[in-house]
Design a protein around this ligand. Structure first.
Ligand code: ZN
Length: 140
Protein backbone atom coordinates (compact mmCIF):
# COMPACT_ATOMS: atom_id res chain seq x y z
CA UNK A 1 0.00 0.00 0.00
CA UNK A 2 1.04 3.56 -0.61
CA UNK A 3 2.09 5.60 2.42
CA UNK A 4 -0.81 7.59 3.75
CA UNK A 5 -0.75 11.33 3.15
CA UNK A 6 -0.04 13.38 6.25
CA UNK A 7 -3.38 15.19 6.01
CA UNK A 8 -5.35 11.93 5.91
CA UNK A 9 -3.29 10.50 8.75
CA UNK A 10 -3.81 13.58 10.89
CA UNK A 11 -7.55 13.46 10.15
CA UNK A 12 -7.73 9.84 11.29
CA UNK A 13 -5.82 10.63 14.49
CA UNK A 14 -8.12 13.58 15.16
CA UNK A 15 -11.20 11.38 14.67
CA UNK A 16 -9.83 8.73 17.03
CA UNK A 17 -9.12 11.38 19.67
CA UNK A 18 -12.54 12.99 19.22
CA UNK A 19 -14.47 9.74 19.57
CA UNK A 20 -12.30 8.79 22.57
CA UNK A 21 -13.99 11.66 24.44
CA UNK A 22 -17.35 9.90 23.97
CA UNK A 23 -16.15 6.63 25.52
CA UNK A 24 -18.33 5.06 28.20
CA UNK A 25 -15.64 4.13 30.72
CA UNK A 26 -17.10 4.71 34.20
CA UNK A 27 -15.33 1.67 35.67
CA UNK A 28 -11.78 1.93 34.38
CA UNK A 29 -11.70 5.62 33.53
CA UNK A 30 -9.58 4.54 30.57
CA UNK A 31 -11.10 6.13 27.50
CA UNK A 32 -10.10 4.80 24.10
CA UNK A 33 -11.01 5.91 20.59
CA UNK A 34 -10.32 4.12 17.35
CA UNK A 35 -10.51 5.22 13.74
CA UNK A 36 -10.55 2.68 10.94
CA UNK A 37 -9.36 4.04 7.60
CA UNK A 38 -10.46 2.15 4.50
CA UNK A 39 -8.57 1.94 1.25
CA UNK A 40 -11.13 4.25 -0.37
CA UNK A 41 -10.41 6.91 2.27
CA UNK A 42 -13.55 6.46 4.35
CA UNK A 43 -13.01 6.67 8.10
CA UNK A 44 -15.14 4.93 10.74
CA UNK A 45 -14.76 5.63 14.43
CA UNK A 46 -15.60 3.80 17.62
CA UNK A 47 -15.00 4.14 21.34
CA UNK A 48 -14.86 1.73 24.22
CA UNK A 49 -18.18 0.96 25.89
CA UNK A 50 -17.81 -0.56 29.33
CA UNK A 51 -20.35 -2.80 31.06
CA UNK A 52 -20.90 -3.14 34.78
CA UNK A 53 -20.23 -6.84 34.21
CA UNK A 54 -16.76 -5.96 32.85
CA UNK A 55 -16.59 -9.02 30.58
CA UNK A 56 -19.18 -7.51 28.24
CA UNK A 57 -17.07 -4.40 27.67
CA UNK A 58 -16.52 -3.55 24.03
CA UNK A 59 -13.16 -2.07 23.07
CA UNK A 60 -12.82 0.91 20.75
CA UNK A 61 -11.12 -1.15 18.06
CA UNK A 62 -13.98 -3.66 17.85
CA UNK A 63 -16.52 -0.83 18.12
CA UNK A 64 -14.96 0.89 15.10
CA UNK A 65 -14.67 -2.33 13.10
CA UNK A 66 -18.35 -3.02 13.86
CA UNK A 67 -19.23 0.40 12.47
CA UNK A 68 -17.37 -0.44 9.26
CA UNK A 69 -19.18 -3.74 8.86
CA UNK A 70 -22.53 -2.14 9.66
CA UNK A 71 -21.92 0.40 6.90
CA UNK A 72 -20.19 -1.71 4.30
CA UNK A 73 -20.86 -5.37 5.07
CA UNK A 74 -18.13 -7.95 4.77
CA UNK A 75 -14.78 -6.53 3.78
CA UNK A 76 -12.09 -7.64 1.40
CA UNK A 77 -8.82 -8.55 3.13
CA UNK A 78 -7.15 -5.33 2.00
CA UNK A 79 -10.12 -3.02 2.62
CA UNK A 80 -8.80 -1.65 5.90
CA UNK A 81 -5.65 0.35 5.53
CA UNK A 82 -5.08 1.78 8.99
CA UNK A 83 -6.49 1.49 12.49
CA UNK A 84 -5.64 4.38 14.80
CA UNK A 85 -5.98 3.76 18.54
CA UNK A 86 -5.99 6.88 20.72
CA UNK A 87 -5.80 6.94 24.50
CA UNK A 88 -5.02 9.37 27.29
CA UNK A 89 -2.16 7.18 28.49
CA UNK A 90 1.38 8.46 28.75
CA UNK A 91 2.58 5.98 26.15
CA UNK A 92 1.09 4.19 23.15
CA UNK A 93 -1.41 1.45 24.07
CA UNK A 94 -1.49 -1.64 21.86
CA UNK A 95 -4.74 -3.52 21.23
CA UNK A 96 -5.84 -6.26 23.65
CA UNK A 97 -5.94 -9.91 22.66
CA UNK A 98 -9.61 -9.91 21.69
CA UNK A 99 -9.10 -6.93 19.39
CA UNK A 100 -6.03 -8.56 17.85
CA UNK A 101 -8.20 -11.51 16.87
CA UNK A 102 -10.78 -9.19 15.29
CA UNK A 103 -8.01 -7.34 13.47
CA UNK A 104 -6.74 -10.61 12.01
CA UNK A 105 -10.24 -11.44 10.80
CA UNK A 106 -11.42 -8.02 9.57
CA UNK A 107 -8.28 -6.00 8.86
CA UNK A 108 -5.47 -8.51 8.28
CA UNK A 109 -3.37 -6.20 6.12
CA UNK A 110 -3.85 -3.02 8.12
CA UNK A 111 -1.30 -1.02 10.01
CA UNK A 112 -2.22 -0.35 13.64
CA UNK A 113 -1.08 2.99 14.99
CA UNK A 114 -1.36 3.69 18.73
CA UNK A 115 -1.13 7.35 19.72
CA UNK A 116 -0.75 8.57 23.28
CA UNK A 117 -1.86 11.79 24.92
CA UNK A 118 1.64 13.20 24.69
CA UNK A 119 1.84 12.47 20.97
CA UNK A 120 4.14 9.48 21.25
CA UNK A 121 3.15 6.64 18.98
CA UNK A 122 3.93 3.09 18.00
CA UNK A 123 2.79 1.05 15.04
CA UNK A 124 2.58 -2.59 14.08
CA UNK A 125 1.28 -4.78 11.32
CA UNK A 126 -1.58 -7.04 12.35
CA UNK A 127 0.70 -10.05 11.79
CA UNK A 128 3.16 -8.58 14.28
CA UNK A 129 0.39 -8.17 16.84
CA UNK A 130 -0.92 -11.71 16.46
CA UNK A 131 1.46 -14.11 14.70
CA UNK A 132 0.28 -17.61 13.84
CA UNK A 133 -3.31 -16.48 14.31
CA UNK A 134 -6.35 -18.70 14.29
CA UNK A 135 -8.59 -17.83 11.34
CA UNK A 136 -11.54 -19.30 9.53
CA UNK A 137 -9.03 -21.08 7.30
CA UNK A 138 -8.50 -23.60 10.08
CA UNK A 139 -12.18 -24.49 10.23
CA UNK A 140 -13.29 -27.57 8.33
ZN1 ZN B 1 -9.53 -4.66 22.85
Amino acid sequence: MQPMEAEALNEAIAKARAVMLRAHAPHSGFRVGAAVVLSDGAVFAGCNVESASYGLTLCAERSALSAVIAARGSLAADAVRLVVVATEADGPTPPCGACRQWLVEFAPNAEVLAVARDGRSASWSVAELLPDAFTGDQLP
